[in-house]
Every structure is written in structure tokens, then in C-alpha cells.
Design a protein around this ligand. Sequence first.
Ligand SMILES: [Zn+2]
Length: 145
Amino acid sequence: MPPRLGRERGQLGEAGPRVCPGRTMGGVDDSLDNLVLSARARVLADLVARHQATAVAVSALEEACASRQWWAQQWPEGDVYVAGLVAQDVQDALFEKVGRWPMCLECDDGPVHSLYIQPDLGGPDPVWVCEETGEVAAALGHLSR
Ligand SMILES: [Zn+2]
């Protein structure tokens, strides 16, 4: 009869299968932290490589890391996508506020164009790909200056 009890039970039951038991332990939370830190480092390296590590970009990066950390907590299998998704989030935020990043430096002719993350889902093994040719420019975190 008490609906409150029933609802609480329901919530626990629903949360059960989604939450990896390890995630509640300190050790695995650390690995999630490390995952997000490493994603942050890779995207920051690419911002620095293109002289775009501005206050706007860094705060977009912090925001993206926080929201993707939350996202990875909800979906532990999503780990491999986190770095690429953070890069895409920052790319979108910069596009709205500053302009395109990162630009393609590989192509000599044609209009100036961007790189984008491949696979589009953000991973696994995210790389920057030329928008025009589809050629891989660099792995995420390894853009040339
Ligand atoms: Zn290109």
C-alpha cells in the first residue's frame, strides 16, 4: 500500500543492472577519473598545438569533461567514447563562440576547412580526419603545430 516504499524499491531495482558494482568502489572511480583526465590532456594538447588553449576553450573543456564523466558513470561501456566526445563537445562550443577548430593543415588547395573526429561516435581510438579528403590527420592528442 505505501506507494513511497514501492517507488523506492522500484528505483533501486532499476538502477541495479545499469550500475557496475565496481563503480561504487574507490578503485574504479579512480579509473574513471583517469579516463577523463587523459581525455582532458589529449584535447588540451590539440588546443595548445593550434594556439587555441584560450580561457574560453579551457572552460569549454572543463565543462565537457564534467558532463562526459557523468555520462560515463551512467554508461560504463561508454569509456572508449569519452575522449572523442570531449573533443567534439569542445569543437562545438568553440564553433559557437570563437570559430572552427582544429583546421586542416594538410590540404594545400581548396577552401579552408576543419578536421573532425572519427569515428563519429567518439571512439574507439579517435582520430582527426580531414573534412574534405577523409584522410587521417592525427590521433586525438597528436595534432601537429
Ligand atoms: Zn584537408
